[in-house]
Ligand binder design. Structure first.
Ligand SMILES: *Cc1c(COP(=O)(O)O)cnc(C)c1O
Length: 466
């Protein structure tokens, strides 16, 4: 295909996209497919001869679409949403067309400078103080890995990259038992080892890390010759939305000279609304904070906002300058590849710019508040419905529930399976203190109040007779 032929297909994609979104409400949310169905529909060998675009397009509809779980469905209430607002899709299309590599300032000055400005906009929008600097990472997992590597290097006096870990005192990282699995993985990849990730007990309705236990663990580890390096705190963890007391965590960290990274991958977007900021009170004292505009905020995947109080610690950990990457004569510019693990970087700031301008912060706040309110209303309706039990109260738009009574785990699982086979809504499960619960969370850009009515009807209808 040449670029002359491109517009015809580009228009077709645009028309198809509008039609797809316009009919999403009528489709089942989750793909009702057997494992292997797509694989078997795809030829085992690649084509030797070129094929016409028409054939590829037909197969896209025939083979791919039946196997898609509709993440943009207004009744997607599973996991956390991964929104792709139309404004951000347009920006992605443009970024894919220009396809610049944004690793150094000089490899696309506009991309670097727009990234700087967008991170300033976001920091202000979520109420972070002005001394935080931001970078867009591909994912929260990468941001957390970068933060854990920084903890490691800082604690080792910047010797880890050069000398490796053998011969060093064991590093210790602390977090609560509620954190996302990406923290465990960062610990593995950083060479620190799962045994040195200390998972502290949680307490209270928000299942916050016990900071007395934290302090005792740090002191005990030090006494045993180990090297406490940092704390990963969470605001809105994935299971039930656990929130650590960030102020208390930072106080312990300051006393012991530890680095604090806050994982607010999902909940960070909610901080656009000042009334939700109590959930991460004290965040201004943290060293590193990540949240995902690619979740609730609508900038399609991938787009993680990573804020740092002292980016020099991060660049001292990650920057590497072989001769071919030196930018002679352009001193004083930011080279964001020194802030992240991959060298190559997409032009991600563009979709934030389109999105924030098109909706305005007020438009985004209104959406967030609707989701929270509708979700909390649904929680009340389920609480009042016979046979249901609310297990954890709403944290923003996330709560968990189960069937009350005997054999609750098995019956709740049956309900969940019925719901997801039914297809009107999509929900997922987690465990709270060993008991199986169903998570409900809302955050889809196009969700409306009536979708929550459908959720209530579906859940109560399918629970009958279990
Ligand atoms: C989604 C999520 C992550 C992982 O985000 P990625 O960007 O997919 O790496 C980490 N932590 C929490 C709390 C999350 O909700």
């Amino acid at each position: 295909m040449d670029w002359e032929e491109f517009p015809r297909w580009g228009r077709k994609v645009a028309d198809w996209s509008a039609e797809y979104h316009g009919t999403l409400r009528d489709r089942p949310v989750r793909a009702p497919l057997e494992p292997g169905a797509t694989l078997h529909a795809l030829p085992e060998a690649p084509p030797e001869a070129p094929e016409p675009m028409e054939a590829i397009w037909d197969d896209f509809e025939r083979i791919v679409m039946p196997g898609i779980t509709h993440w943009q469905h207004p009744r997607f209430f599973a996991y956390f949403n991964s929104n792709a607002a139309p404004a951000s899709v347009l920006a992605e299309y443009l970024a894919a067309t220009i396809a610049p590599q944004c690793m150094l300032w000089q490899t696309s000055p506009a991309a670097t400078e727009m990234e700087t400005r967008m991170m300033e906009w976001l920091a202000e929008a979520v109420g972070l103080p002005g001394d935080f600097r931001g970078v867009i990472q591909d994912s929260a997992s990468s941001a957390t890995l970068a933060a854990v590597l920084t903890m490691r290097e800082r604690a080792l006096g910047w010797a880890g990259n050069a000398q490796g870990l053998p011969g060093q005192a064991p590093l210790r990282i602390y977090c609560s038992a509620e954190v996302h699995s990406s923290i465990d993985r960062a610990i593995w990849v950083a060479g620190i080892g799962q045994d040195n990730l200390v998972k502290l007990p949680v307490q209270g309705a928000l299942r916050a890390m016990d900071t007395y236990a934290l302090e005792r663990a740090i002191e005990q580890d030090r006494a045993e010759g180990m090297l406490p390096a940092g704390i990963v705190a969470c605001t809105g963890a994935t299971g039930m939305g656990a929130c650590d007391d960030i102020a208390a965590v930072c106080e312990v960290a300051r006393k012991h000279g530890l680095y604090v990274h806050v994982d607010a991958a999902w909940a960070g977007t909610a901080m656009l609304c000042p009334e939700f900021r109590t959930l991460w009170a004290g965040v201004d004292q943290a060293d590193s904070v990540v949240f995902n505009p690619h979740k609730w905020m609508g900038a399609q995947f991938d787009c993680s906002a990573h804020f740092l109080r002292a980016p020099e610690d991060l660049t001292r950990t990650l920057a590497i300058q072989p001769e071919y990457l030196k930018t002679h004569g352009a001193d004083g510019v930011v080279n964001y590849s020194e802030w992240s693990i991959p060298l190559g970087r997409r032009f991600r700031a563009l979709k934030l710019w389109f999105l924030i301008r098109l909706h305005g912060l007020a438009g985004l706040r209104e959406m967030l508040r609707n989701h929270v309110r509708w979700s909390q209303d649904l929680c009340e309706r389920l609480r009042a419905a016979p046979g249901f039990e609310i297990v954890t109260e709403p944290v923003l738009s996330l709560f968990t529930f189960r069937l009350a009574g005997e054999d609750a785990d098995a019956r709740t699982l049956t309900l969940l399976q019925r719901i997801n086979d039914d297809g009107r809504i999509y929900l997922t499960q987690t465990k709270i203190d060993g008991q199986l619960v169903i998570r409900f969370q809302a955050g889809q850009f196009c969700a409306e109040a009536r979708d929550f009515d459908t959720a209530f009807e579906t859940i109560t209808e399918l629970a009958e007779g279990i």
